[in-house]
Design a protein around this ligand. Structure first.
Ligand code: ZN
Length: 254
């Protein structure tokens, strides 16, 4: 999948719909639908709306708007937005990141939902949250929102499934599918040149020692020769059984 672009277009600080309050957590991701089916009511149009006087007067604000082409971020992720409808001190406003999914009739709603699912998964990973912390606006205020997902049979469950699928694309728990070195890390994992540590994580920013480098180089050489990664010290009869040298594998992974 091609990952949607995230454009930062913040509501200018000092505007009445910039709370300047520190977000608690975040503990939740709150999902909304824009309820605006007008042609052209895409993410950038909502960014303009949030910077305008109408939104300032209410005041209303949220963190992201997602359409079929891009994602626009309107607030820093550590700042409270006014989107949950549960008041000044409501947990929805105070501790959740608000995401609006576009409904513009000239957009591809299916793609917008796919982009939103990707964003939600990305945020869950970033903040160490789990799928149960993805909630509807409805939870906070009783409003029928996100109305498209709520109005469609199994719509909300489908959305959560899409989020989970994005989470499943993780190469390691600490290496998301969109990591800058994803291609290389997937290669060394799939070809068993390198493994995760005992906790299953890859620790992509940790250095290799000289000994570990030697082990990887030997494995890579055998990989090119299409030979199994056996250990010479094994007896001949054991060699056949143990195609992968578990000790070398273990040493590298610890
Ligand atoms: Zn809403």
């Amino acid at each position: 999948m091609v990952f949607p672009q995230i454009i930062e277009d913040f509501i200018p600080s000092g505007r009445p719909n910039r709370s300047s309050l520190k977000l608690s957590g975040p503990k939740w991701i709150t999902v909304h639908d824009t309820a605006n089916t007008r042609a052209g009511a895409d993410a950038l149009a909502h960014a303009r709306y949030l910077k305008g006087d109408e939104a300032a007067k209410l005041p209303v604000s949220w963190h992201f708007t997602v359409d079929d082409k891009q994602i626009v971020q309107h607030l820093p992720l550590n700042e409270v937005g006014w989107h949950a409808g549960d008041g000044l001190n409501g947990p929805g406003n105070r501790s959740s990141i608000g995401i609006e999914i576009c409904e513009n009739q000239d957009g591809n709603r299916q793609k917008a939902e796919a982009n939103a699912a990707w964003l939600v998964a990305d945020l869950l990973q970033k903040f160490g949250l789990d799928i149960n912390q993805v909630v509807q606006h409805n939870r906070w205020s009783g409003k029928n929102c996100p109305r498209v997902l709520r109005g469609r049979l199994n719509g909300w469950d489908q959305f959560l499934t899409a989020v989970k699928q994005n989470l499943g694309e993780n190469i390691f728990p600490d290496v998301p599918a969109n990591h800058w070195a994803a291609e290389g890390i997937r290669f060394v994992k799939d070809n068993r040149l390198m493994a995760g540590k005992s906790d299953g994580k890859f620790y992509p920013d940790e250095p290799l020692t000289r000994a570990q480098t030697a082990v990887v180089l030997r494995r890579f050489y055998l990989f090119l020769l299409k030979k199994p990664y056996t250990n010479k010290s094994l007896k001949k009869k054991d060699k056949k059984k143990r195609r992968i040298d578990p000790n070398a594998y273990h040493n590298l992974s610890e």
